[in-house]
Design a protein around this ligand. Structure first.
Ligand SMILES: [Zn+2]
Length: 104
């Protein structure tokens, strides 16, 4: 997707079409909320939670097969992190998983 075009879309009021120079959720021209910007912020928030450790634990917790999901999440981390950070995460995940097993 063309990033320049996408940015212009976000800056353009979805109600009156007024294009502003900075990102703000309310249009200075007609006062309507920018639904596109709100959508974007909501999506960003969801993505941030998804990427956080808390989000990961939530995904694993809600997965039908927790062990498989845990291994899947670990393999995803392996692609994005250096080896030493990976080791720390393995220890954390094993610890959390041991806790989950012990309360079941
Ligand atoms: Zn407007």
């Amino acid at each position: 997707m063309d990033k320049q075009h996408e940015n212009t879309d976000v800056l353009k009021c979805s109600n009156c079409g007024f294009v502003r120079e900075i990102l703000e959720s309310r249009c200075p021209e007609c006062g309507s909320l920018n639904s596109k910007l709100d959508d974007m912020l909501a999506r960003e928030e969801a993505e941030r939670e998804h990427k956080s450790l808390k989000g990961k634990v939530k995904i694993i917790w809600q997965a039908p097969d927790r062990k498989a999901e845990l291994l899947h999440q670990l393999s995803l981390y392996k692609q994005t992190l250096p080896d030493n950070a990976m080791m720390v995460l393995v220890v954390i995940f094993v610890f959390i998983f041991a806790l989950v097993i012990s309360v079941m």
